[in-house]
Design a protein around this ligand. Sequence first.
Ligand code: ARG
Length: 601
Amino acid sequence: ASQEFTGNLKREVEKLFDASLRITVPDGTSVETEVAASLPGKPGDYQCNNAMGLWSIIKGKGTQFRGPPAVGQAISKNLPASEMVETCSVAGPGFVNLVLSSKWMSKSIEKMLIDGIDTWAPTLPVKRAVVDFSSPNIAKEMHVGHLRSTIIGDTLARMLEYSKVEVFRRNHVGDWGTQFGMLIEYLFEKFPDTESVTETAIGDLQTFYKKSKTKFDEDPDFKEKAQKAVVRLQGGDPIYRKAWAKICEISRTEFAKVYQRLKVELEEKGESFYNPYIANVIGELDSKGLIEESEGARVIFLEGFNIPLMVVKSDGGFNYASTDLTALWYRLNEEKAEWIVYVTDVGQQQHFNMFFKVGRNCGYPVTMNQAARKAGWLPDSDKTYPRVDHVGFGLVLGDDGKRFRTRSSDVVRLVDLLDEAKTRSKTALIERGKDKEWTPEELDQTAEAVGYGAVKYADLKNNRLTNYTFNFDQMLSDKGNTAVYLLYAHARICSIIRKSGKDIDKLKKTEKLALDHPEERALGLHLLRFAETVEEACSNLLPNVLCHYLYDLSERYTSFYSIHQVIGSPEEASRLLLCEATAVVMRKCFHLLGITPVYKI
Ligand code: ARG
């Protein structure tokens, strides 16, 4: 039978084994089909590992089989005929090894070249997701932690978007809270004519913050005024709201510089957005008997945590947790998000675990994906949807092994950090004489793509939970697992295609791709594993899985290219198509990682 490739190779193979298992042991089919990609050097491309497990289920029940290898043989024999399969055989105690048909592999890659790589996009069981990322705090420092959140969050959003999920990219900016009392009062004092205050007049907002804080701590009169200012702000006094808006605006311009450099898009719905809903949501929780009084504050006790979650402070004010609970309610009920992903440092894990649990404990009637069913805000299991995830990440360390700090650790410095990456990569390009070959624009664009790409990739390639050391020399090296190496590898492939003088779009339509040699086949197989990798990275929220894949891809390409001649060989057309497919997949990886590819080097 002809098997159309939907993109996820592993899933296609699973479908075949599913069908076989249902025939082989009709009573044993409640077992989950276990299919895994075979390790390099093993006989097959994929293997099915069900024989041993099935044997232990059926052996006492008068089965006709004589041990696991026989079960394996039957699984192999009952595999539906498919154009995908070259051979299927059994090894050892019953491992069923499947070798894919090279012809089918070639055809699938040829098809992708014509129809585009979006036809390989995974399909996730979610229509709409919120990715809550970046989320710095107004007037406070936007530090490297926020940079990490911005980079990781953007990649996750991109992977979900590629997988046809509608994504709300949310900047949950810290734009509300008691610190605004002192900031506003200080603003009034320094600039009685608030209307005309400009960003340049205030200068650096963090210094402004620090000065107002000092005054707050030292001057009792000022402190009292600041506390009254909070009340007036929260009560909606227009003059105070205006001053607040001004301060937010200035911060926003600073944040925007970072986003603009990184080409990251975000929609701001800061903490203040949820303000009008908080009282109601807390009221709901209260009416369900979840809230208790504790030392003047109102809290929720949760099983498995030794401290309660405070939702109303002793002065009656709301806090970070009440806002997050309200945002959760809003996202699930008003925005109908089926998956909410929060990207912050691991230090906040407890906060997230606690308010997620409140969501689960709360029997609030919500209409979810299916019929109106009475449910908790969230189901018990993390596996089903709607689903919430805290994507935690480790610290960024400096060369001294301590928490990475930019010199004065303020917003402008974060921008400087990115600018430095660009300057350094430009210097490296000039050292290679590129300023003489390229136009100034080409030089600048390449330096930017490489510099920013290097910062992003250095962050993304590690398992996000581990701390990582920020080191310009390492991330900008053209050797090893770096963005520079990968971007150059891609550019070299493009230049081979250019040098051939062939019209690649024409070749796609007229020529065949063959995977006759082992290196060609290994490269082809890796290309076909792209979609299953994206799906895995997406479902487990692990961008490093995709980085790993990309690095592997360039290694396989190198193995192929170092042995086989492309231009001028009898297989030229086929090999150019293989080069092009590699470049297409690499570019998609770059795109998903938020890195701009370069074509010349
Ligand atoms: N503003 C917080 C911080 O800087 C991060 C907010 C993360 N998102 C959230 N919904 N709590 O630490």
